[in-house]
Design a protein around this ligand. Structure first.
Ligand code: S3P
Length: 183
C-alpha cells in the first residue's frame, strides 16, 4: 500500500504551538525559539492585525465570544511554510475545533507554570481584558484551574518555573525532535 507523506514530513518542517495560561511566558519562549532559528508567530498580534483592533478593544466593543470567533478563524488561516513557533492566547484551548487545527499544524507544547508565578507576573498587567474584568484573584485562579485539564492534553509538557527562556527553548527543541508532524 502506498504511504502518503504530508508536506511537512517531506520537507522536514517543524511547527511548535505554545499553549499555557496568561503569563506563562508563551511570547518570551517564542522569542527564545526564534533565536534558535524558528520563525515566531503570535496569534493575538495576528488577530489585532486582521481586525484592526487591539485585543482589549475587541473584548470591550464586541465581547469575548466575538473574540473567540476571531481567534478560531485566525488559527485556521495560519499556514506556516518553514520551522515556526506559534504563541497562542491562553484561552485558545477552550474550543474543540482549535484543538483539531492545532493538532494538524504541529506539535502542541504546554508551558506549565505554578499559580504563584502566574499571579506575580499578571499583577499589574493592564492589557489583558480577562484580568482587568476579574473582580478578585480567586476568579482568575478558578479560570486557570478550569483550564488545567485542557492544557494537559498537549503533546509535550514543559515546566517553566524559575527557568531561563533559552533553557526552556532548548528543552522544547529536544523534546519535539521526534514528534511526527501530521499535516
Ligand atoms: C486570553 C489570553 C490572552 C488573550 C486574550 C484572552 C485568555 O493572551 O488571548 O486576552 O483567555 O486566557 P495571553 O495568554 O498571551 O495573555
Amino acid at each position: 500500500m502506498p504511504v502518503l507523506l504530508s508536506v511537512n514530513q517531506i520537507i522536514n518542517m517543524k511547527i511548535i504551538i505554545l499553549i499555557g495560561f496568561m503569563g506563562a511566558g508563551k511570547s518570551s519562549i517564542a522569542v527564545a525559539l526564534s533565536r534558535k532559528g524558528y520563525i515566531p508567530l503570535d496569534l493575538d498580534r495576528d488577530i489585532e492585525t486582521r481586525s484592526g483592533m487591539t485585543i482589549q478593544d475587541i473584548f470591550t466593543r464586541q465581547g469575548e465570544s466575538a473574540f473567540r470567533d476571531l481567534e478560531e478563524a485566525a488559527l485556521k488561516c495560519l499556514d506556516p511554510l518553514v520551522d515556526t513557533v506559534i504563541a497562542t492566547g491562553g484561552g485558545v484551548v477552550g474550543r474543540a475545533s482549535n484543538w483539531n487545527t492545532m493538532r494538524q499544524l504541529g506539535c502542541i507544547v504546554y508551558l506549565r507554570t505554578q499559580w504563584e508565578t502566574l499571579q506575580g507576573r499578571l499583577n499589574g498587567s493592564e492589557d489583558r481584558p480577562l484580568i482587568n474584568s476579574a473582580k478578585r484573584w480567586e476568579e482568575v485562579r478558578a479560570l486557570w484551574e478550569s483550564r488545567l485539564p485542557l492544557y494537559e492534553q498537549a503533546d509535550v509538557i514543559v515546566d517553566t518555573d524559575g527557568r531561563d527562556p533559552d533553557a526552556i527553548a532548548a528543552e522544547i527543541i529536544l523534546r519535539t525532535a521526534e514528534f511526527k508532524q501530521c499535516r
